[in-house]
Design a protein around this ligand. Structure first.
Ligand code: HEM
Length: 502
């Protein structure tokens, strides 16, 4: 063939591409790839992954929703979650939540910025926040119990999840933007955004056949629906003009030097504007404003959905364990404080004192069956014991092996013991190598202090007025692979107390 030497270039290129792509790790050092059928992954993940780990060793590879994921058991959970140099939180979380385009646009700073704003804008002010939000929880608990009492007569039971998602949405709105944003439409949009982001990040993917079997199609569809329709036409249209004006207003307040720190607006948007105000006095630019919108959207999503879900797990567990109600109500009467008018209320100090409830919440979170909840991504080939996980892959600890580890929790590790953590001084917000509900290490959930306080407010304001029961006497797990963002399935019925505590 004439000029056959011309083929040499493409051939060399192909050989080079093959060399680069081909794993440089010898086959016997790669973790075993285990074929777990999708129906087991989605239907009985704890057992399916647990059996595979027990049979093939502490690190296995499993294909799920189009990705090869490496799963580790309790032995390596701490190492994987805390060694950021080898296992990237940012890349893992962005990819698993379908947020890579946003990460690319924000040059990877998104998660660190979220951490900082939650820490400085929320956690540092938790006492004042609880004082501010207690009346909302009181109001909504009261109205829920009235609706529940009506429901007992008519058989139309109100949804506790929807009701308190509204309360948490309102709290979030106040904390992020301030009281003057609280309108019916704005609240609806917060809930829509929270739902939209939940869809975008795959929280309902396990319920959809396309999501399970043709994940790429599902991702493209939800991206278009949420990013091109819900967010621009919902969030941007409703909040955009006011947020734009407030950024200008806040920038003036932050840079004028005329406002005393105690008179500055006390919301996260102000803190963000103050942080990003250019030192030369110029206006915050359009791209920075877009980034601020992304931060706020992520915070809405992180703050509303998961907390509401966990509050439901706690209430459903209380409904099937009525023996815990007496001590918890006693604790409620003990920790309530009198305000300046003599009325009883819960404060941040009362919530810190609610040690039994704190312990109960920790136990519910430990045993609710989280499986794949925290994600990392290898930044290089990483040796783990006898195997090497190749660069550029997802790695996740199987949370059930951590939370039910017999070496730590004893032979009865799956037995529910609601008050054990009060005796052991382990608070619900404390993370550790044997408790990874909020993740672990530098990127552990920054909002957990707020979340636990909100859950306590919901539970105490309800059990002080009524007794939780379940219509069918039991609940089921709606998505066994996703207990973090899916509430249990069942009908919660609150039976009003004759003599309420509140
Ligand atoms: C019970 C409720 C909640 C649960 C179970 C939860 C759980 C988690 C988990 C597992 C992570 C990943 C940690 C890791 O991979 O190591 C995370 C991250 C995060 N959470 Fe939460 N979370 C909750 C509530 C909240 C709330 C109320 C907020 C905000 C106020 C929040 C803000 C965040 C943020 C911003 C991140 C990303 C971490 C970062 O930027 O470094 N979370 N959460």
């Amino acid at each position: 063939m004439e000029h056959s030497y011309l083929l040499a270039g493409p051939l060399l290129l192909a050989t080079y591409a093959w060399y680069v792509k081909a794993p440089k790790i010898s086959k016997d050092r790669l973790p075993p790839i285990i074929d777990i059928p999708p129906e087991d992954i989605f239907g009985r993940p704890r057992e399916a992954y647990g059996e595979a780990l027990a049979t093939y060793g502490p690190v296995i590879g499993v294909r799920r929703k189009g990705n090869l994921e490496y799963i580790v058991n309790h032995e390596y959970a701490r190492y994987v979650l805390t060694c950021d140099r080898l296992f990237s939180f940012e890349q893992g979380s962005a990819a698993i939540m379908n947020l890579q385009p946003i990460m690319a646009l924000t040059e990877g700073t998104l998660f660190r910025d979220l951490q900082d704003f939650v820490r400085d804008g929320i956690v540092a002010r938790i006492d004042e926040i609880v004082y501010r939000i207690w009346p909302l929880f009181q109001r909504d608990a009261k109205s829920f119990i009235e609706r529940a009492a009506e429901g007992i007569k008519t058989g139309q039971h109100p949804s506790c999840f929807d009701h308190f998602r509204g309360t948490i949405a309102e709290t979030t709105l106040i904390l992020l933007f301030g009281q003057d944003y609280v309108t019916h439409r704005n609240l609806e949009v917060v809930e829509e955004v929270s739902n939209g982001m939940a869809e975008l990040t795959g929280q309902y993917q396990n319920f959809s056949l396309i999501g399970k079997y043709i994940p790429i199609l599902w991702i493209v569809y939800t991206w278009i629906k949420v990013m091109l329709v819900s967010i621009p036409f919902g969030f941007m249209r409703t909040y955009g003009p006011k947020v734009w004006r407030d950024i200008d207003r806040y920038q003036k307040i932050a840079t004028s030097g005329e406002t005393a720190p105690e008179d500055e607006p006390r919301n996260v948007l102000y803190l963000i504007v103050k942080t990003y105000a250019p030192p030369d006095g110029s206006r915050i630019g359009v791209f920075r404003r877009l980034y601020i919108a992304i931060l706020l959207l992520c915070l809405i999503f992180a703050a509303v959905h998961t907390t509401t879900v966990v509050s439901q797990w706690v209430l459903y567990q209380l409904a099937v364990r009525p023996e815990y109600l007496g001590p918890l109500r006693e604790e409620l009467s003990r920790v309530m404080e009198e305000d300046e008018t003599g009325a009883l209320r819960l404060t941040a100090a009362s919530l810190r004192e609610s040690r039994l409830l704190d312990s109960f919440i920790r136990e519910v979170m430990r045993l609710k069956g989280d499986t794949i909840a925290t994600m990392r991504y290898t930044t290089c080939d990483v040796p783990l014991g006898d195997v090497i996980i190749p660069k550029g892959h997802f790695v996740t600890p199987m949370a059930t092996t951590v939370h039910e580890n017999k070496e730590i929790y004893g032979e009865d590790s799956r037995e529910f013991n609601g008050f054990q953590w009060a005796e052991q001084n382990k608070e619900a917000v404390m993370t550790g190598p044997a408790h990874i509900v909020f993740g672990l290490g530098r990127f552990a959930c920054p909002g957990r202090v707020l979340a636990i306080n909100e859950i306590k407010l919901i539970v105490l304001s309800l059990i002080g007025r009524a007794t939780p029961t379940l219509l069918e006497g039991k609940f089921t797990v709606s998505d066994p692979l996703n207990t973090v963002t899916q509430p249990p399935k069942g009908t919660l019925v609150m039976v009003p107390l004759e003599k309420p505590y509140l």
